[in-house]
Design a protein around this ligand. Structure first.
Ligand code: HEC
Length: 488
């Protein structure tokens, strides 16, 4: 396949948003390498209308209006290039000689912590040198031993292996324990060997960058949802091969959710569906070569931001935020070999009384024929619960009586709503008649509660199904792919 770079042919100012028209598309142009924190977006260029038009939603629900801008020049908003297939099989060579920082700990910190714990990253402090690790070494070991860090909730021990698994192996955990027990030796810098991480598939620069036209002024000292939404309407069928959100202020963007189909900040109660969520440490979601997700003509895209500015210095003046949703798409008119689809399924009948401990909810859902198409496979799963969630598990029960574990989260954490994908070799064939069984476990004691914008624990209350974070959900999105007729 040749991959002509998309030329953005024209944008015009119309009804409060930029209307852009794009020429032929671009997937696969070699990346020129991103500059983290580099300028996102840029001024729309003038010119004549082309093949793909992105249009505003008339009277969008009070958002800031949409702004579609061409990607910045080479290297504009990059820096997050690792795909869903991040760290593959890691080495865990048995330690030779005494455990030391340089030989054993630093390679793990560099591979598993610096994605967030660097200056300007989402982690609360940098860990990118011995000087920075030294005063925090006990906290580092504690966070690793408790498996609080690095954040990766899915445990593959008895379940389908998740791709890019960030969890440390037991042998790697043992290195931290041993390092602490021997009083944190520094070791010899010459012994440092970086861990090899498989590179992500090259996808070049995004075709479309969507962001609010009016940057959001961050409000200090609290945690809040800004329905700072960007409503845009896609006017032609658009096949998405990769997407991400680049937060302009990673330290304050707690998460962001992109939904399609409803034109509202929230996906529930409308026909909208979440298609992408950003969390600190999120990487670019890159589908396999030949796979793409359809945004049908007429789709409305909305982005909801959840900001957390509680940790900003008192009295600090905060910046504005203009985080960007970036899309890589196939050229107009080109179909992928396989379509990606996401099936939401949830338990709507949750009631969790105050002081409940380990209350089980969930149920089973048949996989509809729109997903269980001939040749369909499950490629991943995105679990979702709120603060009271303790554990989450999903299993595929096949018509032939066998079952496959889709995800197993033994210690749920509301802060880390991650997407879990499998290696293509582990994709799970699925047929009509198969069902997915969900098991969500909740507790509703004082210590299980979320926190209010000032950081105080909420008072427990009877909690039912609801989208508000004070209510609960037992929601899974199963990701499928299936061959498209006529494209093989
Ligand atoms: C995906 C981003 C991300 C990665 C990767 C990550 N951290 Fe963190 N870390 C955070 C954030 C955000 C916080 C603050 C919120 C919290 O405590 O959950 C944090 C908090 C911490 C804390 C304070 C813990 C506490 O109990 O207050 C330590 C220590 C820490 N990280 C160490 C590490 C180490 C060591 C690694 C690698 C093994 C790592 N982190 C990987 C984002 C990350």
């Amino acid at each position: 396949m040749t991959n002509p770079r998309r030329t953005l042919r024209g944008c015009a100012w119309l009804i409060g948003v930029w209307l852009c028209a794009c020429g032929d598309a671009p997937i696969g142009a070699p990346s020129t390498g991103g500059v983290p924190g580099g300028g996102i977006g840029g001024a729309p260029v003038g010119g004549s209308a082309g093949a793909m038009v992105v249009d505003p939603v008339a009277g969008g629900a009070g958002g800031a209006g949409g702004m579609i801008v061409p990607p910045a020049g080479a290297g504009g908003a990059g820096g997050t290039t690792a795909g869903t297939g991040g760290a593959g099989g890691m080495m865990t060579a048995p330690p030779s000689g005494p455990v030391s920082f340089h030989k054993d700990i630093r390679p793990l910190i560099e591979a598993r912590c610096l994605g967030c714990h660097i200056d300007g990253g989402s982690g609360p402090f940098p860990l990118d040198s011995w000087e920075k690790v030294d005063p925090l070494k006990s906290a580092v070991v504690a966070a690793v031993k408790s498996r609080k860090m690095p954040p990766w909730l899915a445990d593959s021990t008895d379940c389908t292996k998740t791709r890019g698994d960030q969890r440390l192996t037991d042998a790697q955990l043992a290195l931290f324990t041993e390092w602490e027990a021997t009083s944190f030796p520094l070791g010899n810098e010459a012994d440092f060997v970086a861990l090899g991480e498989p590179p992500a598939r090259e996808i070049g620069e995004p075709n479309l960058i969507i962001k609010a036209r009016t940057p959001h002024q961050l409000s200090p000292g609290r945690e809040y949802y800004a329905c700072e939404q960007v409503d845009t309407r896609i006017e032609v069928d658009t096949w998405v091969t990769a997407m991400d959100i680049i937060p302009e202020n990673p330290e304050f963007v707690h998460h962001a959710i992109v939904s399609v189909g409803g034109g509202s900040c929230s996906a529930l109660g409308t026909t909208a569906e979440n298609i992408y969520s950003y969390r600190p440490g999120s990487r670019t979601l890159i589908f396999e070569e030949g796979d793409a997700l359809l945004l049908p003509a007429g789709s409305v895209i909305a982005i909801q931001f959840h900001y957390n500015t509680r940790f900003a210095a008192f009295g600090a003046s905060l910046p504005t935020d203009s985080s960007a949703y970036r899309l890589w798409t196939l050229p107009a008119g080109q179909k992928p070999q396989r379509a990606i689809a996401r099936m939401p399924h949830h338990d709507l009948f949750i009631t969790i009384p105050v002081n409940a401990v380990d209350q089980k909810e969930g149920g089973s859902t048949g996989i509809g024929s729109e997903y269980a198409q001939p040749g369909a496979e499950i490629i991943g799963i995105s679990p979702h619960m709120h603060y009271l969630g303790q554990t989450f598990k999903e299993t595929l029960e096949k018509g032939d009586g066998t079952s496959v574990c889709l995800v197993d989260i033994p210690d749920w954490n509301q802060d880390w709503q991650l997407d879990y994908f499998y290696d293509p070799a582990d994709y799970i064939p699925v047929s009509w008649g198969d069902t997915v069984v969900q098991e969500c476990v909740y507790s509703n004691r004082a210590e299980d509660q979320g926190r209010d914008p000032e950081g105080n624990l909420f008072t427990p209350m009877t909690t039912r199904f609801g989208e508000d974070t004070r209510q609960e959900m037992c929601l899974g999105y199963i990701w499928f792919r299936y061959p498209l007729a006529g494209t093989q």
